[in-house]
Design a protein around this ligand. Structure first.
Ligand code: FES
Length: 106
C-alpha cells in the first residue's frame, strides 16, 4: 500500500491510499481525483492520466517503457518529470509519492 498525494494547479492537495498492484491512475479515478480523466482506461493510448512527478521522486520510479515515453509527447505540456499514472504500478516503495496534476489534459 502506498499513500499518494495529488496537488492540483491551484494548490489543492489530496492524499489517497492505493493498494499494491493497482495503478496510480486506478487509485486516482476510484477516489475522484480531479484532472485524471484516464479516457482509455489504462491501456496507454490516451495520455489523459498525465501527471508531473515531484522531482524528488522522479528518479526513484521505474523508467517509462517506450510506448509510455512516446505517448507522453502528446500529453498537455509535457515536462522532464511527466509520467502516465496508468503505467505506475503501486508498491510499498511508492509510499509518499507526490504528483502534480496538469492544469488540463489533452
Ligand atoms: S489512462 Fe490512457 S494513457 Fe493512461
Amino acid at each position: 500500500m502506498a499513500r499518494v498525494t495529488f496537488i492540483q494547479s491551484d494548490g489543492r492537495q489530496q492524499t489517497i491510499e492505493i493498494e499494491n498492484g493497482y495503478s496510480v491512475m486506478q487509485g486516482a479515478t476510484a477516489n475522484q481525483i480531479a484532472g485524471i480523466k484516464a479516457e482509455c482506461g489504462g491501456s496507454c493510448s490516451c495520455s489523459t492520466c498525465h501527471c508531473y512527478v515531484d522531482p524528488t521522486w522522479y528518479d526513484r520510479l521505474p523508467w517509462a517503457e517506450d510506448d509510455e515515453a512516446g505517448l507522453l509527447e502528446y500529453a498537455w505540456e509535457p515536462k522532464r518529470t511527466s509520467r502516465l499514472t496508468c503505467q505506475l504500478i503501486v508498491t510499498d516503495e511508492l509510499d509518499g509519492l507526490v504528483l502534480y496534476v496538469p492544469e488540463q489534459q489533452v
